[in-house]
Design a protein. Structure first.
Lengths: 326, 302, 255
C-alpha cells in the first residue's frame, strides 16, 4: 500500500513536470523559441494561484479565498501575459536575446519572491494553500490517488489540446516559422504575432503547472523556482525529443524517475553531512548528460525535429529529377 | 546621497565590464550567448585560490606588498589562473561547442552552454562546498579622498588593473593583425576565410582572451567581496545586459555598458536597498531592447 | 604555348552530398590570360568558381594551381597557394576602414613589406587613397569593387578569380571595372572571371567557356564566341524545340 501511495505521489509530480515540459515544447519544439527562464513562469503561476485562493492573511496582500479553479485560471492569465510581454520585447531580434531576457525574467521573479514580503511572503513563502480533496488528507493513499487523478486529467486535456493545435493551420505556420528564423523575423508583424501567441500559450501552461504543484503540496517558497528547475525541464524535453508532445511527457517521467532515484541513492550512500555535495554531483552528472544527448542524439528519443530539415526534402526532389532526366 | 556609490559602482562596473568583454566577443565571433561564461569566472577564481594556497604551503607566509592586502603569491596565482581558465574555455570548446557549431544550429550551442554551466558550477560546489571563502581576511582601512568618498588601496589597484587590461584588449583589437582578423570574422565569416584568415585560430584567441579576462573579473570579486560557486552565475545577467547595452561586438561598449550598470546598481543599492540589486540589469536590459536593441555602439545585424 | 596556371578537371561540387550543382566541368587558364566563364542563370557558374576557391565542397574531379593539386585545400589557405578570390557580394568588411580592409588581407606577407604594398595598391587605385580612413561600408558600389580587387591583389596572387564583378553596378561603373581588369592583366596577373554581362566580359577576355547545367559546353576565343549563334542561343537559354540536350558544339570545339 505504501508503495502504491509513493507511486501515486511520484506520478503526480512527474505529470506536473510534464505539463511544464509540454508548455516548453510548444515554445521550443514547435516554434523554436528558447526559454531559459521557465522557472520564473512556473513561479508566477504558483504565486498567483496561491494569492487568489488562500484565506485572508494580515501579513501580506490577500489571500482572497477564491475557489481553486479561479486560482488556476488566474495563474494562466498572469503567466500568459508575462510571457506575451517577454515575447513582444524580444521576438523581433535574434533568438539569443529571448534567451537572455527569459533568463532575466527568472532572476527578477526569484527576487520578487524573496523580497516583496507583502506580496509573496518573502523567503518563508506562502502556506495553507487549499488542496483539492483536502478532506481526504486523513487517508494519504486516497488523497494521493485523487490528486493523481486531477493532475492526470489536466495533463491529458493539455496534451490533447496541444496535439490538436500543432496539427491545426496555426501549428503549421509556427513550424514553418521555426525552420527559418531570419524569414520569421523579416516577415514582420504578422509572423511575430504568431510567435508571441505561441510563447504566451506556453507560458500560461507553465503557470498552470506551477499552480497545480502549489495546490498539491499546499506550500510554496522561492527555493522551489531556482534555475535548477529550468534545467530539469530542459533535460526532460531534450531526452523526450523536442517537437513531440508524447516525447515531452515520457521524457519528463523518465528523467524524474532518474532524478528521484539518484536522489534516493545519494541519500542512502552518503552520510548526512555530505548530502549537499552529493546533490551537487548529481546535478553535474545530469548537466553532462544533457550535453552528451545534444552531441549524440539531438532529436531525443521521440523527436520529430530532423537535424537538417532542408536537406532530406530537397535531396529527394533533386534525386528524382536527375534520375528521370537522364 | 553620498558619492561613495561612484567608487562602488566603478568597481562593480569593472568586474561586469571585464566579464562582458568575453561575452561580447563570443557572441560576435562564435555567434552564440555563452551561459557558461560566468562559470569560467568562478573556476578561474577557485583555480587562483588553489594556487595561492599551494604557494602558501610551499613558501610559508608571505608578507603583503605595502598598502595592499595581498602579496606576490596572488599576482603569480592570478597569472596561472588566467592561463587555466583560458585552457578550460578551449577544452570546453573542443569537446562541446565546436562539435555542435559544425551542426549549424546556433541555439543548440546556447542550450549546451546552459547545461555546461550547470555542470561546471555543481562541480565547484561538490569540490569546495557552497560555503563562501576569501583570499584574505585582513580588513583594509579605506582612505578618504574628498567629497565623502573613501577608497582602499586594493580598490585603487584593481581599478588601475582594469584600465590597463581594457586598454590592452582595445589596442590588440584595433592595432594588430590578430585583432583585425577577429573583427573581420565577426563581420563576415566567409570573406574572412577568403582573405586567408584561419578561423580556428581566431576562435582559439577569442576563448583565450574571454577566459583570461573572466578569471581576472572573478578574482576581483574574490578580493573585494567573496568567493562562492555561484559568484559567476550571479554575474551572468549584468554581463549580458552590459554587452547588449554597449552594442554586441564592441569592446569599448561592453566596458562602458559594464560601468553604467555598475553605477546604476550601486546607486540603487543606496536608494532602494541591496536586495533589489539584481533587478537593475534586467530593467536596463529591457529598456535597451525596447528603445535601441543595437546598443550604444552597435550596428544593425545583416 | 604558354604554361597553364589553373587546370580544373571534371569538377563536381555541391553543398549537399548527392546533389551536385557542378557536374563535371573542365577549364584551363594559361599564364597572363583573361578567361571568362559564361552561362545561363542557374548553370552553376557561381558554385563552380566558389568550389575552385574552396568555398563549396568538391565531390569529384581536381583543381591544379601551377601544377600543384589544391582540390582539397581549405579556403583560408588559397591566398597562400596563390589564388585570390573576389566574391560577387559582401566582398568587403563594411565596418572596417579601407586601410584595415587592405591590412587584414596581408596575413601572408612579410611584416616589413606591408606598408609599401598598401601604398602600391593606393597608387593603382587612386580613388581609394582619399577614403583610406572611411568605413568601407560607406563606399560607392564601384569603389567597393575596387577595394575588393585591391584587397585580392595585395598578396601577389598567381591567379585572380572574380565572381560577377559587374553585378549590381550602374553601366558607368561596369565599364570602369572592366577597364580596371584589363589594366590588371597588363601588369601580368592571370584572371578568371564568371560573368552575366557577356558582351563586356568577352570584350576584354582572351578565351571563354560556356557552362550549362554544371558542365562546360563550349569553349572558344572570346571574340569569336560572341558571334557564335550556338553560344548566343545557349547563353540566352532559348533552346530550339526538339534540340538534343547534349547536341551542341561539345567540349573543346574551337581550342
Amino acid at each position: 500500500m505504501d508503495l502504491l501511495g509513493y507511486g501515486a505521489f511520484f506520478l503526480t509530480t512527474a505529470l506536473i513536470f510534464s505539463l511544464v515540459t509540454l508548455g516548453l515544447n510548444l515554445q521550443w519544439g514547435l516554434t523554436g523559441l528558447f526559454n531559459v527562464g521557465l522557472a520564473g513562469f512556473v513561479a508566477i503561476g504558483a504565486y498567483t494561484s496561491a494569492l487568489l485562493t488562500t484565506p485572508d492573511d494580515a501579513a501580506r496582500l490577500g489571500g482572497f479565498g477564491l475557489p481553486i479553479l479561479v486560482g488556476w485560471l488566474g495563474a494562466m492569465v498572469v503567466g500568459g501575459i508575462a510571457a506575451a510581454l517577454t515575447g513582444m520585447a524580444t521576438l523581433r531580434l535574434r533568438s539569443d536575446y529571448l534567451a537572455i531576457t527569459t533568463f532575466g525574467v527568472a532572476v527578477v521573479v526569484q527576487l520578487v519572491a524573496l523580497n516583496a514580503q507583502k506580496l509573496t511572503g518573502g523567503p518563508f513563502g506562502i502556506g495553507f494553500i487549499p488542496r483539492p480533496f483536502g478532506g481526504l488528507a486523513e487517508t494519504p493513499l486516497l488523497f494521493n490517488l485523487s490528486n493523481l487523478a486531477v493532475v492526470s486529467v489536466v495533463t491529458l486535456v493539455a496534451y490533447l489540446a496541444l496535439e490538436h493545435l500543432s496539427r491545426s493551420p496555426w501549428g503549421r505556420v509556427l513550424k514553418a516559422l521555426r525552420e527559418d528564423e531570419r524569414a520569421a523575423i523579416s516577415l514582420g508583424k504578422s509572423a511575430r504575432f504568431y510567435r508571441v501567441q505561441a510563447f504566451a500559450v506556453g507560458g500560461a501552461i507553465m503557470a498552470l503547472a506551477g499552480a497545480l504543484q502549489a495546490h498539491f503540496t499546499g506550500f510554496i517558497a522561492p527555493d522551489n523556482y531556482l534555475p535548477i528547475l529550468t534545467f530539469q525541464v530542459w533535460v526532460m524535453l531534450i531526452v523526450g525529443g523536442s517537437g513531440s508532445n508524447l516525447g515531452a511527457v515520457i521524457g519528463s517521467i523518465l528523467v524524474w524517475a532518474i532524478w528521484a532515484g539518484s536522489g534516493t541513492l545519494t541519500s542512502i550512500l552518503f552520510p548526512p553531512e555530505q548530502q549537499a555535495r552529493a546533490a551537487a554531483l548529481q546535478i553535474a552528472a545530469i548537466g553532462v548528460m544533457l550535453c552528451v544527448i545534444l552531441l549524440i542524439r539531438p532529436n531525443g528519443l521521440f523527436g520529430d525535429r530532423p537535424r537538417r530539415p532542408r536537406f532530406s526534402k530537397r535531396a529527394k526532389i533533386a534525386a528524382g529529377e536527375s534520375s528521370s532526366g537522364s | 546621497m553620498s558619492l561613495q556609490f561612484v567608487v562602488d559602482g566603478l568597481l562593480t562596473g569593472s568586474m561586469i565590464g571585464l566579464g562582458a568583454i568575453g561575452v561580447t566577443l563570443t557572441y560576435s565571433i562564435l555567434r552564440f550567448s555563452n551561459f557558461a561564461h560566468g562559470d569560467f569566472m568562478a573556476w578561474g577564481t577557485y583555480a587562483t585560490l588553489a594556487v595561492v594556497s599551494a604557494i602558501g604551503a610551499t613558501f610559508g607566509k608571505v608578507a603583503p606588498i605595502a598598502p595592499l592586502s595581498f602579496g606576490w603569491p596572488l599576482i603569480v596565482a592570478l597569472v596561472v589562473g588566467m592561463a587555466f581558465t583560458a585552457l578550460l574555455a578551449l577544452l570546453l570548446d573542443k569537446v562541446l561547442f565546436a562539435r555542435l557549431r559544425s551542426q549549424g544550429q546556433a541555439i543548440i550551442v546556447v542550450m549546451a552552454s546552459f547545461g555546461a554551466s550547470m555542470a561546471l558550477r555543481s562541480l565547484l560546489e561538490f569540490t569546495f562546498t557552497s560555503r563562501p571563502t576569501y583570499f584574505s581576511r585582513a580588513i583594509q582601512i579605506a582612505m578618504p579622498v574628498g567629497f565623502g568618498i573613501r577608497i582602499t588601496p586594493d580598490q585603487i589597484a584593481l581599478l588601475l588593473l582594469t584600465a590597463v587590461l581594457v586598454l590592452g584588449v582595445h589596442l590588440l583589437m584595433t592595432r594588430t593583425q590578430t585583432g583585425r582578423s577577429m573583427q573581420a570574422l565577426s563581420q563576415n565569416a566567409a570573406l574572412a576565410r577568403i582573405v586567408g584568415i584561419d578561423v580556428a585560430s581566431v576562435v582559439r584567441v577569442t576563448w583565450v582572451i574571454g577566459g583570461a579576462l573572466a578569471c581576472v573579473a572573478g578574482v576581483m570579486i574574490g578580493i573585494l567581496v567573496q568567493i562562492r560557486p555561484f559568484m559567476g552565475f550571479d554575474m551572468l545577467l549584468p554581463m549580458f545586459a552590459a554587452a547588449i547595452l554597449g552594442g554586441i561586438g564592441s569592446i569599448p561598449g561592453a566596458v562602458l555598458g559594464g560601468l553604467i550598470i555598475g553605477l546604476a546598481e550601486a546607486g540603487a543599492v543606496q536608494l532602494i536597498g541591496a536586495e533589489w540589486r539584481a533587478a537593475v540589469s534586467f530593467i536596463i536590459l529591457m529598456a535597451v531592447l525596447f528603445v535601441r536593441p543595437i546598443g550604444l555602439f552597435g550596428v544593425r545585424e545583416r | 604555348m604558354s604554361e597553364i596556371v589553373l587546370d580544373v578537371r571534371d569538377l563536381e561540387a555541391g553543398y549537399e552530398p548527392g546533389v551536385p550543382i557542378v557536374r563535371g566541368a573542365s577549364i584551363t587558364v594559361k599564364k597572363g590570360e583573361i578567361v571568362v566563364v559564361l552561362g545561363p542563370n542557374g548553370a552553376g557558374k557561381s558554385s563552380f568558381i566558389k568550389a575552385i576557391a574552396g568555398l563549396v565542397p568538391i565531390t569529384g574531379g581536381s583543381v591544379f594551381l601551377d601544377g600543384k593539386d589544391i582540390t582539397a585545400a581549405p579556403a583560408h589557405t588559397m591566398v597562400r597557394l596563390g589564388l585570390a578570390f573576389v566574391p560577387q557580394t559582401e566582398n568587403i568588411f563594411p565596418l572596417m576602414s579601407v586601410e584595415d580592409n587592405l591590412k587584414v588581407a596581408c596575413g601572408i606577407l612579410e611584416r616589413r613589406e606591408i606598408p609599401a604594398r598598401i601604398e602600391e595598391m593606393y597608387a593603382a587605385f587612386p580613388d581609394l587613397v582619399r577614403q583610406r580612413r572611411t568605413a568601407a561600408g560607406n563606399l560607392s558600389g564601384g569603389q567597393r569593387q575596387m577595394l575588393a580587387v585591391a584587397r585580392a591583389l595585395i598578396v601577389h596572387p598567381k591567379v585572380l578569380v572574380l565572381d560577377e564583378p559587374s553585378a549590381g553596378l550602374s553601366p558607368k561603373f561596369v565599364s570602369t571595372v572592366f577597364e580596371m581588369l584589363a589594366g590588371i592583366r597588363k601588369s601580368g596577373v592571370t584572371i578568371l572571371l564568371v560573368e552575366q554581362n557577356a558582351k563586356a566580359a568577352l570584350a576584354i577576355g582572351d578565351r571563354a567557356y560556356v557552362l550549362v547545367e554544371g558542365k562546360d559546353r563550349h569553349e572558344g576565343i572570346a571574340a569569336e564566341l560572341w558571334n557564335d549563334p550556338v553560344v548566343a542561343e545557349l547563353y540566352l537559354g532559348q533552346r530550339p524545340l526538339g534540340a538534343e540536350k547534349t547536341g551542341h558544339a561539345g567540349k573543346g570545339g574551337t581550342a
